[in-house]
Design a protein around this ligand. Structure first.
Ligand SMILES: Cc1ncc(COP(=O)(O)O)c(C=O)c1O
Length: 434
């Protein structure tokens, strides 16, 4: 059927959305999982469970999942080793009135695995970790400004610098400046404009662009020459990229780093890591919350990191991801879509970029793409997060689906009738930070 807002395939999702929105603003806890990102009528909106690389929605439809809970799933859903560790810990205690030894064991493991880590403090979300890094940098330098590049979470200090800054005071917004990836001049200009005022540069060290011209080394030099710290936001890249981090992959070691997302295969834990002298400051900088030493997530992180090392998980994400990346690139060319679509990023974290076309906007295109992928059992919204559970066979099935989807997109662009092919209202641009 055509027309927005009802599709038998997603009937349960649609009725639960209506119910959820009566008690939950947007019907979801996470902006990127809400109806703002998923077209009602052409996409599932609620999931029931996950099995390895597969997501099962509440209507019983199955998908090979390339969102992987926004990158939080690195091993696959319902990983037996993580589950066993979690059950064993839960039977002892979830959290206790004193610190557990497991906190130290995990900190030691992270120090082993992340180049800049000489000390570790745990948070729950990536935003805790980025905010912790920024507070340490401000305390260390006694400066107030920070310069950002990428997405760094929901808290005032960062989100105030974006279009979604409702509720953030102007005085806070003024503390955050922006620089451009691979543009060292945009950084030197900031230091010139605010001499002696910038505490830190914080960036996603490698996202959808490769660092060019030794950008990351230069950034570190420029930061230090100006008395500022370099912070890597490795919330996505930590325990996902080859070597286990972007700093391992690129050979550039920052002063501090934030990790989160995939470090516990979906259990809520993040960490501030960094040089010993800076981490020592955390004895004075307030970074403390009731759930900070929650041991089930710590057990999940131990199991995830052990498996990461034993099974060479990050190498597999890269090798399987590379087959997908190259395969998609070939299909884009084969369907004559290269002017409108491209695929960028690293093998374990890729993005299909969609541009406006004479006959359709990039958002119309994205909506049709999502509709047709979902219909074929591929949970894809343009981003590809790989997990260890994704095999070459899943990639082959995905490429076969994309072959059909790209044919439809090419046809729609040629026939200038994309909107007519939609079972839903097209998505609208809301929030772009990368
Ligand atoms: C690079 C990066 N930093 C920080 C965050 C914030 O993490 P969280 O949403 O867990 O607070 C995210 C989340 O998407 C992220 O991608």
């Amino acid at each position: 059927m055509h027309g927005p807002g009802h599709n038998q395939r997603y009937a349960a999702s649609e009725s639960w959305l209506a119910r959820a929105e009566r008690s939950i603003p947007l019907g979801s806890q996470t902006f990127s999982k809400s109806r703002t990102q998923l077209p009602i009528g052409a996409s599932p909106l609620f999931a029931e469970r996950g099995e390895g690389p597969v997501l099962i929605d509440i209507d019983g439809n199955r998908y090979i999942d390339y969102v992987c809970s926004l990158g939080a799933i690195t091993l696959g859903y319902n990983d037996p080793d993580v589950n066993a560790a979690v059950v064993a810990q839960a039977q002892k205690a979830v959290i206790m009135s004193l610190a557990g030894r497991e906190e130290t064991l995990l900190a030691e493991k992270i120090i082993d695995l992340i180049p800049c880590a000489e000390g570790v403090r745990f948070g729950k979300n990536g935003s805790d970790a980025t905010a912790g890094c920024v507070r340490i940098a401000r305390a260390h330098t006694r400066r107030d400004l920070v310069a950002v590049c990428g997405y760094h979470g929901w808290q005032d200090w960062y989100i105030g610098s974006t279009a979604r800054h409702l509720g953030v005071p102007d005085s806070t917004r003024e503390m955050t400046k922006k620089f451009t990836y691979n543009d060292i001049d945009s950084v030197t200009a900031l230091f010139r404009a605010h001499p002696g005022e910038i505490a830190a540069l914080i960036l996603e060290p490698v996202a959808f662009e490769e660092p060019r011209d030794d950008f990351l080394h230069k950034l570190k030099d420029v930061a230090h020459a100006n008395g500022a710290l370099l912070i890597f936001d490795e919330v996505v890249t930590g325990f996902r990229f080859p070597g286990g981090s972007a700093q391992a992959m690129t050979g550039v070691t920052p002063d501090l780093a934030a990790i989160g997302k995939g470090m516990a295969n979906g259990f809520p834990i993040s960490a501030v890591v960094g040089r010993a002298e800076l981490m020592k400051l955390m004895e004075e900088v307030f970074f403390s919350f009731t759930m900070g030493g929650e041991l089930v997530s710590i057990a999940a992180a131990m199991a995830t990191l052990d498996k990461g090392r034993e099974k060479k998980v990050y190498d597999q994400l890269a090798s399987v991801g590379q087959v997908l990346l190259v395969g998609v690139r070939d299909l884009i060319a084969r369907h004559g879509l290269a002017e409108t679509l491209s695929i960028v990023g690293q093998p374990s974290w890729q993005l299909i970029v969609m541009k406006d076309h004479a006959s359709a906007s990039s958002f119309d295109l994205k909506t049709l793409f999502i509709q047709e992928c979902m219909r074929r059992g591929v949970f894809a919204i343009g981003i590809h997060f790989l997990s260890y559970a994704h095999t070459l066979d899943h990639v082959r099935q995905t490429l076969a689906a994309y072959d059909e989807v790209f044919a439809i997109l090419a046809d729609a662009l040629k026939a200038n009738d994309l909107r007519r092919r939609l079972d839903c209202e097209p998505l609208v641009p809301l929030f772009k930070v990368r």
